[in-house]
Ligand binder design. Structure first.
Ligand code: HEM
Length: 227
């Protein structure tokens, strides 16, 4: 009996995902999870300004709790996979619906923002792979020391092209988030002539504040504020 109920439930979930709105909901929920992670990650990174002991204590606490660490890692991995998967499927649906495309773009601004999503997404993905090899495994770091997050950051950003690559990647993350948050509200059907511009401003301000927090770390190392 319970197997029948479970399989019916699964069929319903699969049918919901098959619809365009289902895919948009998956994009919105996984986007929100990734956004939440970024807020926590940025606040964690800012601890570098409190000194080596505080920063390393934070990193050690995270690694000292493998259950929490692996739960977060698995949730993030599943979210990234679903987010990318749904975005590819939605793009394919859009292309099938309009294989030739508009001769004149009806809304140049909207299409510019969504086209930005299609190339900023893959570049951010490539950045995350590099970032994990750089600051988590240390594979591409010149002098990585396990659990010494402070020195890993300082020594890592002394390599100027790497610091610049991080800053450029953060600008792309900012663009991606700014449009993503706004489009999440559109997907759930929140569109109002008075509130839509406010949501757009809120999404932009929030995203760029987050990015300012991220960028402050490589900038602080480059300028010698953190050494
Ligand atoms: C300037 C920007 C950033 C800095 C300075 C930074 C710094 C760090 C550091 C030091 C770690 C290693 C923590 C540790 O293992 O002790 C880390 C891990 C990580 N970062 Fe970043 N990060 C930045 C931006 C980002 C962005 C934009 C993303 C996602 C889009 C991201 C995703 C991750 C992930 C997934 C991990 C691995 C967490 C784990 O161990 O499972 N980071 N970051």
């Amino acid at each position: 009996m319970s197997t029948v109920i479970a399989s019916r439930h699964l069929t319903r979930v699969a049918r919901f995902y098959d619809s365009t709105i289902g895919k948009k909901a998956v994009m919105a929920v996984t986007g929100l999870i990734l956004f939440g992670f970024l807020i926590a990650h940025m606040l964690g990174n800012l601890q570098i300004f409190l000194g080596r002991a505080v920063m390393n204590h934070y990193a050690e606490t995270l690694h000292g709790n493998p259950a929490l660490l692996w739960t977060v890692r698995i949730v993030l991995l599943i979210s990234v996979i679903l987010h990318i998967w749904a975005s590819i499927e939605l793009t394919m649906i859009k292309k099938e619906a309009r294989p030739i495309g508009y001769r004149k773009r009806a809304n140049v601004q909207a299409s510019y923002a969504s086209r930005t999503m299609m190339w900023s997404g893959p570049i951010i993905f490539a950045f995350v792979i590099f970032h994990l090899l750089h600051l988590t495994t240390g594979t591409v770091h010149p002098n990585f020391v396990e659990l010494d997050a402070y020195d890993n950051l300082v020594n890592g950003f002394h390599v100027i092209p790497v610091a610049i690559a991080y800053i450029v990647a953060m600008v792309l993350v900012g663009m991606h988030l700014s449009h993503g948050i706004w489009s999440m509200f559109q997907s759930v059907g929140f569109s109002h002539p008075r509130y839509t511009p406010m949501i757009k401003t809120f999404a932009a301000v929030f995203s760029w504040l987050l990015i300012a927090g991220f960028v402050s770390v490589p900038l602080a190392v480059l300028t010698g504020l953190v050494r």
